[in-house]
Write a protein that binds this ligand. Structure first.
Ligand SMILES: NC(=O)c1ccc[n+]([C@@H]2O[C@H](COP(=O)([O-])OP(=O)(O)OC[C@H]3O[C@@H](n4cnc5c(N)ncnc54)[C@H](O)[C@@H]3O)[C@@H](O)[C@H]2O)c1
Length: 350
């Protein structure tokens, strides 16, 4: 397999101030990219995540803005489309905002990119959860060609699929060299609790399970386990994810889809135990009933295709990844605290 070469490349990262996006930008800068353009409206991210580097060209605003689209350079080599309306619960609270920031974004971006000649690859951040089988029985690894249901638990999930559908259309009909990277559950440094604007629910602050558990565990609080913590996920460390995105860009077949997964199933209860051990939290877990909107059960991704076709295998075991995320959280406590507390008045008004 050929080397991952991004040297002297001009790269656009849409959503590059976000959790995964900012980790990807840092990794691209290590590769000596000539220029990384970030387009981000900071809807679910903080400016602190934008690297201070002369090669980074930060353009603040939505990717649906015609002025931003029109000003994109014609010599783009790679595009990573990572923006979304974060996350499931916010999209249930405001489906129109989800449409604006999670569906229209893909359509307008692809419509603009089809004009750019010489694009090597466009990588779309697809969601493994949108295609996962929903079961509490023995889970099987989700393959790339798993059947897709027409019934979804959130507008977010629908939008992520629509992005794939538009991507397929622009690839087939306009020759856009689009590759779909299906993410499992990413965790790691730079996922900032509370980052960005209020999006209608407490999940604006609490985002995903891993950073929430780490934050609470560092405060010696009980970790809440919905449905007894029996659900499972495939947790992948964000540096692995950033490398996987680069493998998809360098080696992915246009029109192709690749899981970016660890392939390891971890229950939420196991995750809580690892985090409590790493942080020294001795407060017992808080067992709770199931969430009404979430019927996703157990799931993990199949890793064979991405290993064989794009040379990607996740490397960071969960205990090591959690230890590094806990260390980052400790180091960035003040910044995270600022982002959490910017929503205090909205939270109090609920
Ligand atoms: N983190 C995960 O576990 C996970 C799992 C599956 C899929 N994904 C996908 O990966 C991508 C990155 O996720 P993340 O966890 O880094 O989320 P994130 O919220 O940290 O990043 C999304 C970024 O998009 C920006 N954004 C939102 N609307 C925008 C718009 N209209 N124009 C420009 N920028 C806009 C946000 O401000 C934010 O910086 C998303 O597409 C998400 O759906 C993530």
């Amino acid at each position: 397999m050929h080397e991952l070469s991004f040297n002297k490349a001009t790269i656009l990262v849409v959503g590059g101030a976000g959790f995964v996006g900012s980790n990807l930008v840092l990794k691209l800068l290590q590769k000596d990219s000539a220029r990384v353009i970030i387009v981000d409206n900071l809807l679910s991210s903080d400016i602190a995540n934008v690297p201070d580097d002369p090669r980074v060209d930060f353009r603040y605003g939505p990717i649906t803005d015609d002025r931003i689209l029109g000003a994109l350079p014609e010599n783009l080599d790679f595009v990573f489309h990572l923006s979304c309306y974060h996350g499931n619960q916010s999209s249930i609270a405001d489906p129109l905002a989800d449409h604006e920031n999670n569906t229209l974004t893909s359509l307008k971006l692809f419509e603009r990119l089809k004009e750019i000649k010489g694009l090597k690859k466009v990588v779309y951040a697809a969601a493994g959860c949108a295609v996962a089988e929903k079961t509490y029985d023995t889970a099987r690894a989700t393959n790339e060609d798993a059947p897709v249901s027409l019934y979804h638990d959130s507008p977010y999930s629908i939008s992520k699929l629509i992005g794939e559908l538009y991507g397929n259309f622009y690839w087939k009909h306009c020759g856009l060299p689009l590759v779909k990277a299906r993410f499992q559950n990413v965790y790691g440094p730079r996922e900032v609790l509370g980052a960005g604007r209020w999006r209608g629910t407490p999940h604006t602050v609490w985002r995903n399970v891993t950073p929430t558990f780490i934050w609470r565990a560092l405060r010696q609080e009980a970790l809440p386990l919905d449905n007894g913590g029996n659900a499972s996920r495939d947790f992948i460390f964000v540096e692995d994810m950033a490398r996987g995105l680069m493998c998809a860009a360098a080696r992915g077949e246009p029109g192709g889809v690749y899981n970016l997964a660890s392939g390891v199933e971890t229950t939420i209860r196991e995750l809580a135990e690892i985090i409590n051990a790493e942080t020294g939290n001795t407060t017992p877990v808080d067992l709770r009933p199931a969430r009404d909107w979430d019927r996703s059960g157990r799931r993990f991704g199949s890793t064979e295709k991405s290993r064989d076709k794009i040379g990607f295998t996740a490397e960071v075991p969960i205990r090591e990844g959690i230890a590094r995320t806990v260390a980052w959280t400790r180091e960035n406590r003040d910044m995270i605290e600022r982002c959490i507390h910017q929503h205090d008045r909205f939270m109090a008004a609920l």
